[in-house]
Design a protein around this ligand. Structure first.
Ligand code: ATP
Length: 242
């Protein structure tokens, strides 16, 4: 996929959840590399991610992913999605979890061993392969969920706040991993409400109340606002929008 081809195109997206219009005519594109989706709690990041992976009912507009409408069957194996909720089994080992999910995801018996070995290596968990997931640290558990999402070598990886609750060292490790995956050709979309993580993204989408208020590299966002940090830039953009 060329650098110019958007991996995701969202046009005029409207999503209501309950009585609230969470996204009201949202337009954006997402390209290759690591894109950060940042904004305050409740601004609609998870809702947008759900729409991209095709699990969110929408009331208008269009979402295209890898050239297909979001939710298309053909996209299932091309998108990896890690939610905030734990999705792996505590009473199974890392390898048992991965082998189980590999089969659920439809990998052939002959492919499972190689796929499990590859993802263990990618998320740097090979030495914990026989540990029960329930005995792992928070950061290691997040990496098991991530490993599950990598089993099918996704073209797009959607990660909803993957660094929540992790200590700074683990967060840095995880961002290193996102960039390695992006270098390998997987477009990575990561949400966070921690503004200092923004600096680690190739590109940022800053959201506020269901709208994108900036869509640029971290450096360009800071330059435009004359700010030293993305957090300062965000606050100045929010101030300007009032
Ligand atoms: N199941 C639901 N039913 C009704 N409203 C919902 C539901 N889930 C979320 N919302 C509302 O939709 C809005 C956007 O929520 P969303 O989870 O997309 O935000 P977010 O930016 O991901 O927040 P956070 O950073 O806290 O995860 C919020 O106002 C929330 O209250």
């Amino acid at each position: 996929m060329s650098a110019e081809t958007p991996v995701v195109t969202v046009s005029g997206l409207v999503v209501r959840r309950g009585r609230r219009t969470v996204l009201d005519g949202l337009d954006l594109t997402i390209g290759p590399g690591v894109t950060g989706l940042l904004g305050p709690s409740g601004c609609g990041k998870s809702t947008l991610m759900r729409a991209l992976v095709g699990v969110q009912r929408t009331q208008g507009g269009a979402v295209d992913v890898l050239g297909l409408p979001a939710g298309s069957r053909a996209l299932r194996e091309r998108i990896g999605y890690v939610t905030q909720a734990a999705s792996v089994y505590d009473d199974l080992t890392v390898t048992e979890n991965l082998r189980f999910f590999a089969r659920v995801l439809g990998l052939g018996r002959a492919e499972v061993g190689a796929a499990v070995a590859r993802v263990l290596d990618e998320v740097d968990l090979a030495e914990h392969r026989d540990a029960l997931v329930g005995r792992l640290s928070g950061g290691q558990r997040s990496r098991v969920s991530l490993a599950v999402a990598l089993l099918r070598r996704p073209d797009l990886l959607v990660l909803d706040e993957p660094t929540v609750g992790l200590d700074p060292v683990l967060r840095v490790d995880l961002w290193g991993l996102f960039h390695r995956l992006a270098d390998g050709g997987t477009a990575v979309l990561v949400s966070s409400h921690v503004m200092d993580e923004a600096e680690r993204c190739d590109r940022l989408l800053l959201m506020r109340e269901g709208a994108v208020i900036a869509d640029e590299t971290p450096a360009a966002i800071k330059d435009a606002a004359g700010a030293a940090t993305v957090e300062e830039a965000f606050l100045s953009l929010v101030g300007g929008a009032r």
